[in-house]
Design a protein around this ligand. Structure first.
Ligand SMILES: C[S@@+](CC[C@H](N)C(=O)[O-])C[C@H]1O[C@@H](n2cnc3c(N)ncnc32)[C@H](O)[C@@H]1O
Length: 284
């Protein structure tokens, strides 16, 4: 048999990864087939070395036969890095340009898609309270990772992160002190439960689930970067169908509607922070 060159090894690895993703989808229903290949490779090779396995095929066997090993793999693929008032300038633009639009609504439905451990949800709730809009909102905060949803519901964060979060809050135009919204206990802080009185935390997978409500505003920041173009388009269509007429889509600094097939259906509210408004009477 001829010796394998490096190119052939890469090709074989790509085949193994495709088979692994297909197997995960068939066995567990989680669809990672349209995640960014670079992201998948990084995370798969991380798990391979952690488990001391030598090939993706070996990893596949372990994932298929061992549910708890699959759960660890799921955590690997779901990057949960987040912060309160992450990218404070985004919240500044939101306060300046979106709040005046929302103020004209009697009831506001908001969807945080890919909410992770909830820092973004608590940040937005604080901002809405300061703008006297929190009592008008219904918020859905979703993620496909059940572990992060549990921690989001609790609203307990690490005390040591509060210094950075307080700085972010002030840069974002915060009107009092972040510490007014939480109490400290044994190295943790617990946020005021009244902030999430109108929040429903729920399991929703952007790769496989559909519209669940009509909403006026969607936050989906730092999520689409993990998807390939096909999945990004699926999710953007899902958002466009979920948004009411003239609903607002907040993608944040890293993602954009530029060069997507749905770009023409939106007007730009803030170019840097990728805040868009759906044109009226679009039915994609
Ligand atoms: C990096 S965090 C972003 C959290 C927050 N939006 C922020 O900007 O700080 C990405 C989140 O997207 C979630 N996610 C990844 N794929 C998903 C999918 N198919 N459906 C729903 N959530 C997903 C991950 O579990 C993770 O919690």
């Amino acid at each position: 048999m001829p010796a394998k060159g490096p190119a052939e090894n890469i090709e074989t690895q790509d085949i193994e990864i495709d088979l692994l993703l297909e197997a995960v989808y068939k066995k567990y229903g989680y669809d990672f087939r349209n995640y960014s290949k670079a992201h998948l490779k990084r995370r798969i090779f991380h798990r391979l070395s952690m488990a001391g396995l030598s090939s993706v095929s070996d990893l596949q066997g372990k994932i298929l036969w061992d549910r708890s090993f699959f759960n660890s793999f799921l955590q690997d693929l779901s990057i949960n890095v987040t912060e309160m008032f992450r990218d404070p300038e985004f919240y500044g633009a939101f306060r300046e340009k979106v709040i005046p639009l929302l103020s004209t609504y009697a009831h506001i439905k908001i969807w945080h898609a890919g909410c992770s451990t909830g820092e973004e949800v608590y940040s937005a709730a604080i901002l809405l309270r300061e703008e006297n809009l929190l009592n008008r909102v219904q918020i859905y905060a979703t993620d496909f990772n059940k572990n992060v949803l549990e921690s989001a519901k609790e609203g307990i964060f690490r005390d040591k992160d509060m210094e950075l979060y307080s700085q972010n809050y002030l840069k974002a135009g915060g009107k009092s002190k972040l510490s007014d919204y939480y109490t400290s206990k044994y190295g943790s802080v617990i946020f005021d439960k009244s902030l999430t009185r109108k929040v429903v935390f729920a399991d929703h997978n952007l790769a496989t689930d559909d519209v669940f409500a009509e909403v006026n505003l969607i936050f989906c920041r730092n999520v689409l970067i993990y998807f390939d173009k096909t999945l990004q388009n699926r999710v953007l269509h899902l958002f466009t169908r979920s948004l009411s007429n003239r609903g607002i889509l907040c993608l944040g600094t890293k993602e954009s509607l530029r060069f997507t097939e749905l770009e023409k259906n939106y007007v730009v509210i803030d170019k840097t922070n990728k805040i868009y408004r759906k044109e009226s009477l679009i039915s994609p």
